[in-house]
Design a protein around this ligand. Structure first.
Ligand code: UD1
Ligand code: CA
Length: 456
């Protein structure tokens, strides 16, 4: 028996007031639907999830094309029961089906595993939750013995039914053969004239099939996104969870509400993170790193004890242990810094290697460069890597010293231990261990006088 996950995502999401389909709006840096696809892959790794799509189907396929899923079209959105029916021809009789929603992104793997593992064979498993404000949700109906006997949609509910605070999150786990039998028989005789998936509960009860209910670990997990207020709310919930996870691992957050995590993040022990920090993509932070305020780290690997000072942006770089970067530095993709390198304020580095203990402390642009160990690059140094058509390399040997305000016109090599005089424009290779400069000789004009205003 395999588990077939079906994700319903054909609805439009009118309340988002957006050109983009709702399930493509981002939570923690990725589309809502992508969160659900990732969950499906954990729950049932061997079976491609089926996504029922309709509204702006082409846009979904285009943006999520790199995911391994089966797209099934629901041409008209006639209700959740009708949506699931579209998936049934693609599902084997012997499978069990887990129904998820493209706009319920934070359902946890633990809760779903609990649902799957505790639902007896041949039973219908579902989640229920208690909400102090249940409005908008289907309400769970139970008999005197507390057995679930049905779900009533809010729009169809009586006053008394609306007072029920146990709600239907809409997540079910049951044998495919039940769905194959029941879904084609659903009627749309209700206020919304939709084919309600919720009606399968009545059908199960009629056939004396056990309805088994499980509650989520945290009630926020089952919350859906219907508008941008709920989206922002879920984003904050997600961020709080991540912040707490890191704090439990031994990370100090100056303010857990001012860290934003948008990707897969690993952090060592005794990391400390100041306020307004964004971690994006795949970020690995070593032990005892210190991350200053207003920094963005995107696809970055930091070794142990790296210090990133305020207002620094690092994107696509590997930074070895004991480096110091910032304040106000920008490190761009394909850069790596060897141990104890220092990069200071208003320095931009792109696609370069910076060797051990080398220093680039002020106002420089280093691009397409190989910088050796123990190099000192003075303030205002620019590697002129681009001739308007092609990019060229600058190679700087170990122990070189580049005087301030120099331009190194690539392709060019500065030899080991070479010194470049300040203010030089270097267009040819500079030999090792020598002083090279290209600077107009300083000239002092004797007997020169400042012009003076003519007397009236
Ligand atoms: C549904 C449940 C309700 C539950 C709530 C939980 C039904 C009849 N009601 O109501 O009991 O409390 O979810 O959030 O199932 N969709 C399609 N095709 C359609 C209609 C919907 O794919 O024709 C998709 C939507 O994109 C969405 C999901 O199904 O992802 C839920 O649809 P929605 O219209 O939001 O259902 P609710 O009215 O909220
Ligand atoms: Ca909904």
């Amino acid at each position: 028996m395999a588990i077939q996950v079906v994700i319903l995502a054909a609805g439009q999401g009118k309340r988002m007031h957006s050109k983009r389909p709702k399930v493509l709006h981002h939570l923690a840096g990725k589309p809502l639907l992508e969160h659900v696809i990732n969950i499906a892959a954990v729950i049932s790794p061997a079976v491609l999830p089926i996504i029922v799509c309709g509204h702006q189907r082409a846009k979904l396929l285009e943006e999520l094309t790199h995911h391994h899923v089966n797209w099934v079209e629901q041409k008209e959105q006639l209700g959740t029961g009708h949506a699931l029916l579209q998936a049934m021809p693609h599902i084997s009789e012997d499978d069990n089906v887990l129904v998820l929603y493209g706009d319920v992104p934070l359902i946890s793997v633990q809760t779903l595993k609990k649902l799957i593992e505790t639902t007896p064979e041949n039973a219908l498993g579902m989640l229920t939750a208690y909400l102090s404000n249940p409005s908008g949700y289907g309400r769970i109906q139970r008999d005197k013995q507390q057995h679930i006997i049905g779900i009533v949609e809010e729009k169809d509910a009586t006053e008394e039914e609306r007072a029920i605070t146990e709600i239907n999150p809409g997540i079910y786990y049951l044998p495919a053969r039940y769905l194959k039998k029941w879904l084609p028989s659903l009627k749309n005789k209700n206020v919304q004239q939709e084919y309600y998936l919720t009606d399968i509960i009545w059908l199960a009860v009629q056939e004396k099939i056990l309805v088994h209910a499980v509650q989520p670990d945290k009630v926020e997990e089952i919350l859906g996104v219907n508008d941008r207020i709920q989206l922002a709310w879920l984003e904050r919930f997600y961020q709080r969870q991540m912040a707490e996870k890191f704090m439990r691992q031994g990370v100090t957050l100056y303010d857990p509400a001012r860290l934003d995590v948008r990707g897969e993040i690993q952090m060592g022990r005794d990391v400390s993170i100041d306020v307004n920090v964004i971690l994006e993509g795949r970020v690995i932070i070593g032990n005892e790193c210190v991350i200053g305020p207003n920094t963005v780290l995107r696809n970055v690997e930091l070794g142990d004890r790296v210090e990133v000072k305020a207002n620094t942006l690092i994107d696509g770089a590997v930074i070895a242990a004991d480096c110091v970067i910032g304040p106000f530095a920008r490190i761009r993709p394909d850069t790596n810094l060897a141990r104890k390198a220092h990069v200071g304020n208003f320095v931009e580095i792109k696609k370069s290697h910076i060797g051990q203990e080398s220093k680039i402390n002020h106002l420089s642009y280093i691009g397409d460069s190989e910088v050796g160990d123990n190099v000192n690059i003075g303030a205002g140094t620019i590697t002129c890597n681009y001739d308007g058509v092609n990019k060229h390399k600058t190679i700087i040997g170990d122990y070189a010293f580049i005087g301030s305000n120099s331009q190194l016109v690539a392709p060019v090599t500065i030899g080991v231990g070479a010194t470049i005089g300040a203010g030089s424009t270097i267009t040819q290779d500079a030999p090792p261990y020598k002083l090279t400069l290209s600077r107009v000789q300083q000239n002092t004009v004797e007997n020169w006088k400042r012009p003076q205003k003519a007397e009236k």
